[in-house]
Design a binder for this molecule. Structure first.
Ligand SMILES: [Zn+2]
Length: 146
């Protein structure tokens, strides 16, 4: 999925999951990373166009910011969003840096089964998904100190 869909999912996890103990935080990070792999199985559409990437990146901050603002769970939402979306930074590194030849994260490997849909269906699926996880983040949010 696109970065903003990954970040929305991670932000929702941070809103919903417990963050009282270190174990809770570890579970949140693990769930965020796992969500990235699961969501890359979902058929979608994306573009390499700089405008698309800019809008997608801006949406990350709008969505995570809205969930932080609406739930008061700053660090859980931030950590969840980073754990779920930061893997996609390697696409940029693989493209522009000499240190990374190709993407290494499991769902970015060439053999990982990815299905790219038409722009209409690919974006519609992700838009519906993003709306759903934002709804879930607010519906099932925990108090800031849980
Ligand atoms: Zn990815």
């Amino acid at each position: 999925m696109i970065v903003s869909a990954h970040a929305a999912a991670g932000a929702a996890l941070g809103s919903i999951m417990k963050t009282k103990s270190y174990k809770d935080w570890a579970l949140l990070v693990a769930a965020g990373v796992a969500s990235h792999v699961v969501l890359d199985f979902v058929p979608y559409w994306y573009s390499d166009h700089p405008v698309f990437i800019a809008v997608d990146t801006a949406l990350v901050f709008v969505i995570a910011g809205a969930i932080i603002y609406g739930t008061g769970r700053f660090y859980p939402v931030l950590v969840g969003a980073i754990a779920a979306a930061a893997q996609d930074i390697e696409h940029v590194l693989a493209e522009y840096s000499i240190f990374l030849e190709e993407a290494v994260f499991i769902s970015h490997r060439p053999w990982f089964p990815r299905t790219i849909l038409s722009p209409f269906w690919g974006l519609l699926i992700q838009a519906v998904f993003i709306v759903f996880v934002i709804w879930a983040a607010f519906r099932y949010k925990r108090p800031p100190k849980e």
